[in-house]
Ligand binder design. Structure first.
Ligand code: NAG
Ligand code: NAG
Ligand code: NAG
Length: 480
């Protein structure tokens, strides 16, 4: 009976070899797309000023033949949208410029054009506009290169009795469901009458009408939201997650807020409104939540310092806790949902006095390296790709914010729909995830990035650093 363990061992060794992602799974198209305008690929983050990849919004057209990318002009005004051939990654036609806007905050591709979530100042002379031309969230629809409509999602005429919303930074995402014919946009806002920060979920019909949907629209959800994950569903409410400033990350599809009847995905130490940039912080909040093909299942990836020593959050009351971070660095976590309302594993505990605040977490990467810029995308109904960047020897001066140090690689780990890791992660020193990850018709996952040195040694200045007129794309093949 010595033979059996030997065979099992051999079998599992063979499986793990064939299952691990290798460099042959990763295709790169370096500097393939010439941009008509220049782009600054680095944006300083909230609080620390450490550089983040400036988001390149990216979306696949329904026929799978083209992708669209949207990027902010290096001058920091105007967003440029370019259609790209999804097999060659070369430009199709010329760039469409959406003038006056300040950030590429989400993109949906259609067979005849695109919809862009962005932010821009209200027209001059608008009564009750935000002070100092603070930009307001807005959704644009372009058809065959021309604007067909534009709908403000904040400013004086949107839920005026509730809050008046502006978005100095457009941290959020845009999704669309052809089944419901509705765009959903989830984004961070500031109430420009009080100065408080929160978030907003708004739905817009195909014809550009802002529609108020009870149980789906949310005018003021998670306090000082610093991270959003959002994915479409057949009908509203769409699947949504927020990171708030009281100590938790919530699956808030049901609540559109941070009320304790939502699903508490994790406890996080929050300090100065931050919770460790779980969904990427400034310029993050894309490709954090992904649906497994046409199933009802979703996967969510984030980074966390863990949670221990829970204490009562007396301001918020029952169901809310404060916690200490367990680690100095951030590790990579995933959560699986059987549908848009339901977490597969148990929720995070709210038991005051508990040492353990994070035993429910499924860690994908755990060690002493700082992990950040985590994303998830799905290959098909059963397999997903989780990716993150690492600093192996981080300096983490700021609690609940990012760390600095020498970039040590981008990691790619395949997981299955039960959250189990398949093989080892693949590491690349020169491929980054700097924009939405899209699932192509052939099952590959592709995303845009800029070919550059990645300096994470300290703070960067807004608008400094080299700009570029070349965009690169990378694609990962599933090994399943
Ligand atoms: C736009 O679509 C909405 C939602 O389907 C509908 O209620 C409204 O009547 C439409 N407006 C116009 C002008 O067609
Ligand atoms: C976050 O953790 C730090 C120590 O690491 C602690 O001083 C602070 O009180 C914690 N924040 C909350 C809200 O518990
Ligand atoms: C909590 O995080 C801060 C910032 O990274 C770090 O200085 C501190 O040592 C961490 N606490 C523990 C228990 O690791």
């Amino acid at each position: 009976m010595l033979v059996l363990p030997f065979i099992l061992c051999l079998l599992s060794a063979v499986q793990s070899v064939t299952a691990t992602l290798t460099y042959s799974n990763l295709q790169t198209h370096v500097d393939v797309l010439n941009l008509e305008f220049s782009f600054n690929p680095v944006k300083p983050s909230y609080w620390t000023g450490y550089g983040h990849h400036r988001r390149i919004a990216c979306a696949l057209s329904p026929d799978g033949k083209s992708i669209y990318v949207a990027y902010l002009d290096a001058s920091e005004t105007d967003v440029h949208v370019q259609e790209v051939d999804s097999s060659t990654f070369l430009a199709i036609g010329s760039t469409v410029t959406v003038s006056g806007c300040k950030e590429a905050g989400g993109l949906v591709a259609h067979s005849d054009g695109f919809a862009l979530l962005t932010n821009e100042p209200m027209p001059s002379g608008t009564a009750n506009a935000p002070p100092s031309d603070t930009p307001v969230p807005v959704l644009y629809r372009y058809t065959n290169g021309a604007q067909s409509w534009k709908t403000f999602l904040g400013g004086p005429d949107v839920h005026p009795k509730d809050v008046l919303a502006a978005s100095p930074d457009l941290n959020g995402d845009l999704v669309y469901s052809s089944e419901s014919g509705l765009y959903g946009a989830y984004f961070v806002i500031t109430d420009y009458t009080s100065g408080h920060f929160g978030d907003s979920i708004q739905y817009v019909a195909d014809n550009g009408t802002l529609v108020i949907i009870a149980g789906a629209t949310g005018d003021w959800g998670c306090s000082h939201n610093t991270g959003i994950a959002f994915e479409a569903a057949d009908q509203p409410p769409y699947a949504s997650i927020c990171a708030e400033d009281q100590g938790a990350i919530w699956l808030n599809t049901l609540t559109q807020s941070m009320t304790n009847n939502g699903v508490k995905i994790s406890n996080e130490n929050t300090t100065n409104g931050g919770s460790g940039e779980p969904m990427g912080g400034m310029s993050g909040s894309y490709s954090a939540l992904a649906q497994f093909g046409d199933t009802t299942k979703y996967i969510f990836a984030w980074v966390s310092r863990g949670a221990m020593d829970l204490t009562a959050n007396t301001w918020m009351g029952g169901g809310y806790t404060h916690s200490l971070n367990r680690t100095n660095n951030r590790n990579v976590a995933i959560a699986l949902f059987s549908d848009k309302y339901t977490m597969v594993d148990s929720q995070a505990t709210s038991q005051v006095g508990a040492e353990d605040g994070d035993s429910q977490v499924n860690w994908v990467a755990k060690g002493s390296a700082d992990c950040f810029n985590a994303h998830a995308a799905t290959f098909d109904t059963e397999n997903a790709l989780v990716t993150w960047e690492q600093i192996d020897n981080p300096t983490c001066e700021y609690i609940a914010m990012g760390c600095c140090g020498q970039f040590s690689g981008t990691y790619f780990q395949q997981v299955d729909s039960s959250g189990k890791k398949i093989g080892q992660p693949l590491m690349s020193m020169d491929v980054y995830v700097a924009g939405d990850m899209v699932t192509m018709s052939d099952g590959r996952i592709c995303w845009p990035y800029i070919n550059m040195d990645w300096d994470l040694s300290g703070p960067v200045d807004e608008g400094s650093g080299p700009t570029t007129t070349k965009m690169s794309f990378a694609c990962m093949n599933s090994n399943a």
